[in-house]
Design a binder for this molecule. Structure first.
Ligand code: NAD
Length: 361
């Protein structure tokens, strides 16, 4: 039976990237029944909302979707579609494999790591108090009352960092489950437990307990600054890395840089109600409609989608074909050429043709 999957073209370069990815996914032979719905800036102009109810209803009904990037215009008054999606569907686990494929220019060719980032807590919980407001002054006074060593200077802004046992437990489980399902041997938990004992310390304690349920997967932990240092000196020693929200955000971009750039970094957002697959990069609006940008990141997100649907063989064949096109380096987009103005670069859609061609042999 065909898998029913919500398809969201997004805006900017999103529709071109989604179309290229859809064609490659279909060429794997897996039955996919697309349920297409809009999100982003274009539908905002037409319908007054960047995230129509029917789009959300479709993802909830299908439980799985693939999405092109969506623009969040600065000062537009509309909320980020990605934030809405994450909140509505409780997409707590952001999984970003960072693998350096042969043929990509990178200083870190040994990189093959998977970053698992918690998506709902930490300093990103949105609990913030502006300096010099009543609320901030009350909170500062209250904190001093609770702890007379708490030093909060005048004119301070305050952001709160909540990290819960339940939130830590489910993200660490998500990392171990991914490791098990994908034949990965080690999970590293990153933290700053030596300084933030009650938040990062809790995260680390919880991770240690969860690790006991997965004796077949090795577990270790690293202090976040040391992890960053080691990632760029010995990337081959790392496998799956699980992190609270803020560190996960930063290390995800570090990982994308290590594998050759944003055009190559895929992602999956997994939650209790649904799973949504999308590239790490944004809508690159300046290239909209030019058939120019690299579809690899979204295509590799498509590989993650196939893995999630348990279509392992198709996922492997699709990844091999993408890797093959990159390794040959002929029919690739401008960002994968030695210079950005290389006239032999192909467009988004021709890159997809090349991947389909490899898969058909
Ligand atoms: P961006 O990722 O869209 O682009 C930054 C630059 O990276 C581009 O100008 C381009 O040079 C390069 N790049 C990005 N994707 C590429 C690709 N596939 N191939 C080749 N080069 C690529 O980041 P931005 O300009 O900061 O954001 C643009 C918009 O996207 C913003 O409105 C932002 O909010 C939104 N955004 C959306 C998502 C999402 O939907 N998941 C994620 C990040 C940003």
């Amino acid at each position: 039976m065909a898998h029913r999957v919500t398809l969201i073209p997004g805006d900017g370069t999103g529709p071109e990237l989604v179309e290229a990815t859809r064609r490659v996914l279909e060429a794997t032979g897996v039955g996919l029944d697309w349920d297409e719905h809009p999100a982003g800036e274009d539908v905002y102009h037409e319908e007054g909302t960047p995230f129509p109810d029917r789009t959300l209803a479709s993802i909830k009904a299908n439980g799985v979707g693939i999405k092109g990037p969506t623009t969040t215009p600065v000062g537009s008054g509309f909320r980020s579609v990605n934030v809405l999606l994450r909140k509505e569907l409780d997409l707590y686990s952001c999984i970003r494999p960072c693998k350096a494929y042969e043929g990509v220019r990178t200083r870190f060719p040994e990189t093959d790591i998977v970053i698992v980032r918690e998506n709902t807590e930490d300093l990103y919980a949105g609990i913030e108090f502006e300096k010099d407001t009543d609320e901030e002054e009350k909170l500062a006074a209250f904190l001093r009352e609770l702890d007379d060593t708490a030093r909060i200077r005048e004119h301070s802004g305050i952001s709160i960092k909540p990290i819960s046992v339940a939130g830590s437990e489910r993200i660490v489980r998500s990392a171990f489950d991914y490791a098990k399902a994908n034949g990965r041997g080690k999970v590293t938990a990153a933290h700053k437990a030596n300084i933030m004992k009650h938040t990062d310390g809790l995260f680390l304690d919880t991770a240690r307990k969860v690790a006991e349920d997965y004796p077949e997967v090795e577990f270790e932990d690293r202090i976040i600054d040391n992890l960053c240092n080691q990632l760029v000196s010995r990337p081959e020693e790392y496998d799956v890395i699980v992190l609270p929200n803020l560190y996960g955000d930063i290390v995800s971009d570090l990982g994308a840089g290590m594998i050759g750039g944003l055009g190559l970094a895929p992602g999956a957002n997994i939650g209790t109600e649904a799973a949504m697959f999308e590239a790490t990069h944004g809508s690159a609006p300046k290239y909209k409609g030019q058939n120019k940008v690299n579809p690899t990141a979204l295509m590799l997100s498509g590989v993650l989608l196939l893995q999630h649907l348990d279509e392992r063989e198709a996922a492997d064949a699709m990844e091999r074909a993408i890797a093959d096109v990159i390794r040959r380096g002929e029919k690739v987009t401008y960002d994968l050429k030695p210079t950005r103005d290389d006239p032999s670069a192909v467009g988004t859609s021709e890159f997809a043709d090349a991947v389909i061609e490899v898969m058909s042999h």
